[in-house]
Ligand binder design. Structure first.
Ligand code: S3P
Length: 199
């Protein structure tokens, strides 16, 4: 968890990047987009980087090459992304639901010192969000499956997600409000004159 030092006169600089993790339907992309706008930072979705690097959609990688190959591509894309962060980009990053569960990815992130936020909600709520995204926006998730399998996978992954620097409950909250809570909780600083700065 994040703890600000007590008794310091000058607040330490906040982190220059944040990684959002959590299960499918947690709101990583929508909260990430809102947080980036509020901060005037860039938003990046790891799945989109994977698609650019591989010239295929995530569901095509799963379908044509299998999950193991997707995980390899995901790891390579994450390594590249973290390297870019060392070069100073201010970024909010959303990972796919399985990325942080892979030990080698969690280790890389930890070594990079980037704070992680676990966006959480009740599993039935996560399921409802994924179903409605599938029906209304045609969002395809290769691992969505049925409710029982979804629930099992969530339970299996949750202990990994709980290793994040911060856990943020999202149930019953609006996206902008969640992003504002994260700005406060993580002590993020807007740069002067940046887009999204409150006047
Ligand atoms: C996955 C979640 C997806 C995507 C891929 C695998 C997972 O991302 O990375 O389909 O293992 O849970 P979202 O969490 O954004 O749906």
């Amino acid at each position: 968890m994040f703890h600000r030092q007590a008794g310091t006169t000058r607040r330490p600089p906040g982190p220059g990047a944040v990684i959002l993790i959590g299960f499918m339907g947690a709101g990583k992309s929508s909260v990430g987009g809102a947080l980036a706008r509020q901060m005037g930072w860039t938003f990046e979705d790891l799945d989109e980087r994977i698609e650019r690097r591989n010239g295929r959609k995530v569901q095509e990688i799963f379908r044509d090459l299998g999950e193991a190959e997707f995980r390899r591509a995901e790891h390579e894309a994450l390594k590249e992304l973290l390297k870019g962060l060392r070069e100073g980009a201010e970024r909010v990053i959303a990972l796919g639901g399985g990325a942080f569960v892979q030990k080698r990815n969690a280790r890389l992130i930890e070594a990079g010192g980037v704070p992680t936020v676990f966006l959480d909600a009740d599993v039935d709520e996560l399921w409802r969000r994924c179903r409605s995204q599938a029906e209304q926006q045609g969002t395809e998730r290769p691992l969505l499956g049925g409710l029982e399998g979804f629930r099992e996978l969530y339970e299996k992954r949750r202990p990994h997600y709980m290793k994040a620097s911060w856990r943020q409950e999202t149930g019953g909250k609006n996206i902008e409000g969640i992003a504002e809570e994260l700005v406060q909780a993580l002590g993020l600083r807007r740069r002067e004159g940046r887009r999204g700065e409150k006047q």
